[in-house]
Every structure is written in structure tokens, then in C-alpha cells.
Design a protein. Structure first.
Length: 443
């Protein structure tokens, strides 16, 4: 009987005290390294999270303006700037495409090319870093004005339904729910004559634009919203801007109806020259009975003087001020019909006028003048509301001011002088950051 041979296991070597000490030290080091890496990862995550929250949440909620307690936030300001820049870039792309597609064999192509190139230069200038402040200032003014419009519309009971906003959005994208269909009226067929039998060129019908379908609109709208989100512009912000635009239209309708359609007006003619001596001599010759038109005709022949003559229609005082200035307008209204002024300098003191009044009466405003007066009245209302509503532009943080309250004093001084540029821009951004940090340069 064979016995199985049993393998004898080698007895484990007992670790020496020195080896145990080294092993324990290595384990401690590994544990410290693990803790260190974990702590470092936690710190990095916390810093990144804090930066994200500070930049995307805290900073975006900071006000760039406050309209009677209602803040205009940095987030909305930046989104609107990006949106405006995007619109300018799209217009620039459209004009560039038109420029490339011009048929230079067309005799009018050169003139149209110059027109397009001029517009392209203007748009490129608007997008340049040097003009970023201009876009930012315009956008901030639009947002402040929008809040003023909301307040006044609410006070007057003017509201915009969500369906009206939706229809406005659809129209912006070229979609009409109920496109107008025009049915051509039947035309009587004249009796055939030998002349009618003569063949004539066949008229080529113009293509009829294909109306956008609802499905096409929804797809386009979805694609555009996606691109806007990449810019930081939300659908809610866009619809809010559209709502303000509709409120402004309705408010303008009410306020335009409140503007008087009759006013005291004058009708006049004048000469405008760069020589006080020539203007004075012109007035003297009028005193002697010479004809205004005949004397004005000498302007074209006299190479020693630069000037022109002009006859204006009926204008009220406020509208006339936009043409010849306040001083000359008041002078015109002080003259009797048929009376002329002596040589009078404009507000700049470089041009000289002689004015003759052809009519002076209270009458209905011409349509184009009424539109001008309504525009001026609305703009004056906006500027007045900016004062009444306590529009504020926050100053820099307290730690930036230190012991010297220069910023705050300068802000108050400029605002008191109705020139809030310093308040608005020099004091708008936190310490250590330039104003470009709040005006996005690239959409």
C-alpha cells in the first residue's frame, strides 16, 4: 500500500521589526497621499463650483441699473448685447452676400455697390472693440426705457396678451397663420379686332412666394432658439423683449392721440451764409426794397461766400428748433408777416441767417410735422421719466472706494448735471475688472 506523499508547506517567514516598521510607514504614506488627492479634488471642485455660481448666478443677478427699485440685471444686459451683436452680424452677412452677387454689367451696379460697401463699413465699425461701449450704452438705455414703458402701460391699463406676443414672434420669422389671399377680379374680354390678332410678347408671371407652413415655422423657431441658447439668450428673454415692443406700440398710440394736432406756426424763408458782412448787406438791400429771391440768386454767383437759401413750410416752434435752433426759431416767431430779420448768428456762431416770415397763424399740423412732434413728445416723456422714476446706476463696490469717496461724489455730480455717463460706465463694474467684462464682445 503506497502512501501519498504530502507536500510540506514552507513556513512563513516572520517579518522583522524593521520590515514591519517600514510596511506601516508605507501604508501611512499611501493613506496620506489618498487623503491629499481627495482633498485637492474637493478643493478644485469647490473652486470651480464657486466660480461657476459667482459668474453665472451671482454676477448675472447683479443690477446694472435700477428703475424705481426694479433691477435691470447683468444677465439680461449681457443677453441683450449678444442679441444685438448677432443681428448686426446677420445683416453684415446679408450685405456681403448681396455684394458678391452683384452683376457689374448693370449700369446701376457701381452706385449700388458703393451703397452696400458704405453700409458694410458702418456695421463693421459698430462691431469693432472700440465701439463696444456704444452698443452697451444703447442696450442699457433700451432696457431702462423698456421698464419705464412697462410701468406707464400698467398705469394706463395697457396689456399685451400672450397670443399677441406669439403672433408677433411668428411674423418676425415670416409665418402668417391666416395669409391674405387675393382673388383677382374678373376682367371683361374686349371684342377681337384685327389689331388684337397681332401676336404680342407673352408676359412672364412673377413667382408667388410660397407661404411658410406651421411645421416649417416650428422647425425654424426651434433651430433659432437652439442657436440663441448657445449665446446665452433664452426664449423667455426674447418674448419679454417682444412684449415690451408691443407695449411700446400701444403706449405710443395713446400718447400720440394726446398730442394737439393744431399749433401756432410760421412759414418762412432764409439765407444761410458764412459771412456776417454778406448777411448784413443782404438785410440792408431788403430794407431798400430789393427782392428776396433775386438777392438769394446772387449766392450762386458769388464765389467769395459759401451759403444757400431755403424756403420752409409751416412749422411750430418745437419743430423749427430742430432745423435752425432755438434762438433763430424764437426770432422767427417774433417777426410779423412780411418782416425780415437783420443778420443773426446761429448757436454755433459760425453761420449767419437773414429770415423773412411768409405766414404766421394757428393751423393744423402737416402730417410729417405731426409725426415729428409726436416723436419729440414721446422722447421728452422718456427723458422726464428717467428723472421722476429715480433711475440709478450702481457704483463700484465699497472696497473699491477706500477712504476716498471720489467715485460716489463724481457719480452724484454727473447725475445732478443730467449726464450720467460717469455714473453709468466708469462706476458700473467691480474692482479689478474692465467694463468689457460686462459687454460681451462675441455672440
Amino acid at each position: 500500500m503506497t502512501k501519498k506523499s504530502k507536500r510540506k508547506r514552507a513556513p512563513k517567514k516572520k517579518l522583522t521589526r524593521k520590515q514591519l516598521s517600514r510596511l506601516e510607514r508605507e501604508r501611512r504614506i499611501e493613506k496620506w497621499l489618498l487623503w491629499g488627492v481627495t482633498a485637492l479634488v474637493i478643493v478644485v471642485v469647490v473652486v470651480l463650483a464657486y466660480g461657476f455660481v459667482a459668474e453665472k448666478v451671482v454676477k448675472s443677478r447683479e443690477p446694472v441699473a435700477v428703475v424705481d427699485g426694479v433691477p435691470v440685471t447683468t444677465g439680461e444686459f449681457q443677453a441683450r448685447v449678444r442679441f444685438v451683436r448677432m443681428q448686426i452680424q446677420l445683416e453684415l452677412q446679408r450685405l456681403t452676400a448681396q455684394q458678391r452677387s452683384l452683376d457689374m454689367s448693370d449700369p446701376n451696379a457701381e452706385l449700388y455697390l458703393q451703397y452696400i460697401q458704405g453700409n458694410i463699413r458702418d456695421l463693421e465699425t459698430q462691431l469693432s472693440p472700440a465701439n463696444a461701449l456704444t452698443i452697451g450704452e444703447q442696450v442699457l438705455d433700451q432696457l431702462v426705457t423698456g421698464e419705464l414703458v412697462r410701468r406707464e402701460a400698467e398705469r394706463r391699463g395697457i396689456a399685451v396678451a400672450s397670443d399677441q406676443v406669439q403672433q408677433s414672434v411668428e411674423s418676425y420669422f415670416g409665418y402668417e397663420r391666416n395669409p391674405a389671399t387675393s382673388t383677382p377680379a374678373p376682367t371683361a374680354t374686349p371684342p377681337l379686332t384685327p389689331t388684337d390678332a397681332t401676336p404680342a410678347p407673352t408676359a412672364v408671371p412673377m413667382p408667388t412666394p410660397t407661404p411658410m407652413t406651421e411645421e416649417a415655422f416650428r422647425q425654424l423657431y426651434s433651430d433659432v432658439l437652439k442657436s440663441w441658447r448657445e449665446l446665452g439668450v433664452s426664449e423667455q428673454q426674447y418674448r419679454s423683449w417682444m412684449e415690451v415692443s408691443l407695449l411700446r406700440e400701444k403706449l405710443r398710440e395713446q400718447m400720440d392721440a394726446e398730442v394737439p394736432t393744431t399749433a401756432e406756426q410760421v412759414k418762412l424763408r432764409y439765407i444761410n451764409v458764412d459771412s456776417e458782412e454778406w448777411a448784413s448787406d443782404f438785410a440792408v438791400r431788403l430794407d431798400e426794397g430789393e427782392d428776396f429771391e433775386t438777392l438769394a440768386g446772387e449766392l450762386e454767383e458769388d464765389e467769395q461766400v459759401s451759403g444757400f437759401d431755403r424756403e420752409l413750410g409751416w412749422y411750430p416752434l418745437s419743430a423749427l428748433e430742430g432745423i435752425v435752433g432755438a434762438t433763430l426759431s424764437e426770432l422767427a416767431f417774433s417777426l410779423d408777416v412780411g418782416e425780415h430779420s437783420q443778420a443773426a448768428a446761429d448757436e454755433g456762431g459760425t453761420r449767419y441767417y437773414v429770415i423773412e416770415v411768409l405766414g404766421h397763424e394757428v393751423r393744423e399740423l402737416d402730417d410729417y410735422v405731426l409725426q415729428q412732434v409726436q416723436d419729440e413728445a414721446f422722447q421728452e416723456w422718456i427723458e422726464a421719466q428717467k428723472q421722476i422714476a429715480l433711475v440709478e446706476y450702481p457704483t463700484v463696490r465699497a472696497e473699491c472706494q477706500g477712504d476716498t469717496p471720489w467715485y460716489k461724489a463724481e457719480c452724484r455730480r454727473s447725475w445732478r448735471d443730467r449726464d450720467p455717463a460717469v455714473c453709468r460706465w466708469a462706476l458700473l463694474w467691480p474692482c479689478g475688472s474692465s467694463w468689457q467684462s460686462r459687454v460681451p464682445m462675441d455672440p
